[in-house]
Design a binder for this molecule. Structure first.
Ligand code: CA2
Length: 149
């Protein structure tokens, strides 16, 4: 089984409750359930974490070293600001797929820059909850090819 951590950053705990015109009606719980069940079909054991705190996300990435085979990361607004998260990913030696619900490249200019993209194996954005499913698929293929870090 591939061990996959799905990590969500700030404000994503509010999904489905506010700003539904931007982020839709799907709750984070629904996304977590979707990832767990889809992961099972891919031979993945999916665990979840969400935090509004940069340090907690960094700790989770550090803890993934040697305990997870891959990470699906929606770093939320930290995507566009956090050199510290980028450095944590560099040091973890665990492949990361960056995901976003919205198409960050079609939004405000400040969302076009991603520090995560520099250290992720790839980025999937704009497909709502399906972005996470696509990221699990991408990790399954990447890991099956024998890639590790
Ligand atoms: O599209 C995405 O997944 C984002 O990572 C979402 C972040 C945003 O800062 C990124 O640019 C793109 C924001 C998440 C905030 O989520 C909320 C959900 C409901 C209500 C309020 C915020």
């Amino acid at each position: 089984m591939q061990r996959i951590l799905v990590a969500n950053g700030p404000n994503l705990n509010l999904l489905g409750t506010r700003q539904t015109e931007v982020y839709g009606h799907t709750t984070l719980q629904t996304i977590e359930d979707l990832c767990r069940t889809h992961g099972e079909t891919l031979g993945q054991t999916v665990t979840h974490m969400q935090s509004n705190h940069e340090g907690a996300l960094i700790d989770a990435i550090h803890a993934a070293r040697g305990t997870q085979d891959g990470i699906v990361l929606n770093a939320g607004a930290f995507t566009h600001t956090s050199v510290a998260l980028m450095d944590a990913i560099s040091s973890a030696e665990v492949p990361v797929v960056e995901v976003h619900l919205s198409n960050i490249h079609a939004r405000e200019a400040f969302r076009h820059k991603s520090y995560i993209a520099r250290v992720a194996i790839g980025q999937i954005c704009g497909f709502g909850a399906q972005s996470y499913v696509l990221a699990l698929e991408a990790l399954a293929a990447h890991l099956a090819e024998g890639h590790t870090g």
